[in-house]
Each structure stands twice: as C-alpha cells, then as structure tokens.
Design a protein around this ligand. Structure first.
Ligand code: FES
Length: 108
C-alpha cells in the first residue's frame, strides 16, 4: 500500500487567524520530501485542505495513520522517525495464483 502524508497547506482568509500554510506547512512539505528522498523512502507527500486544527498546526495526517500537530520543517526527520514507529505497515493481501480458481468451470 502506498504511504501518503497529507500536509495541510491552507491559508485562512483572515490573515490574523493562524493557519498551517502561514506557519510553515508548505516548507514542511519540501523538508519531508527531502528527508524521504535521503532515506530512500517512496512515500508521497501531498497538500491537503484544512484538517480542522488550525491553531495547533502545521498539521499532518498520515493516510491510515496518526494525525500530528505542530509539525515544523526543521523537525521533518523526527516526524519520519516517529511515523516509522507509530504507522504500522499494512500487510498486502496475498496474491492468488492464476490457477487457484476454476473459472470458467470445466465443460462450460
Ligand atoms: S489551516 Fe491547517 S488545519 Fe486548518
């Protein structure tokens, strides 16, 4: 399963209201991509819409994993270290051999 980090890159309409993009969310995306590349991890980093925790951002949601708050670009390495522990890899479904089923049924 592809691993995706959704990073909030939202600016709020009111510039006095905290937002992830104003707090470094876009720089966080770049820092995560650089760190993942350096480690040879093929995770995807994508910009997300507001995750609903604007005052404690920048926020990051690991798809199928934890939602992290206060993620700063300078902590990208620590974020990935944490996710490697807290974001378990789902088992891929076992491949079914092509000859495992009789379809079409013999004689049909
Ligand atoms: S602006 Fe990022 S959670 Fe709302």
């Amino acid at each position: 399963m592809e691993r995706t980090l959704l990073v909030c890159g939202t600016f709020r309409m009111n510039l006095t209201t905290p937002s992830c993009a104003a707090g470094g969310g876009l720089q966080l995306m770049d820092a995560l991509r650089s760190e993942l590349l350096a480690r040879g991890l093929g995770w995807t980093v994508a910009r997300s819409v507001c995750l609903g925790h604007c005052t404690i951002g920048p926020n990051l949601k690991a798809r199928g994993g934890p939602l992290l708050h206060g993620c700063r670009p300078e902590t990208a390495a620590a974020i990935i270290d944490r996710l490697l522990v807290e974001w378990p890899v789902e088992e891929e479904p076992a491949e079914v051999a092509a000859d495992a089923c009789d379809w079409p049924p013999p004689g049909s």
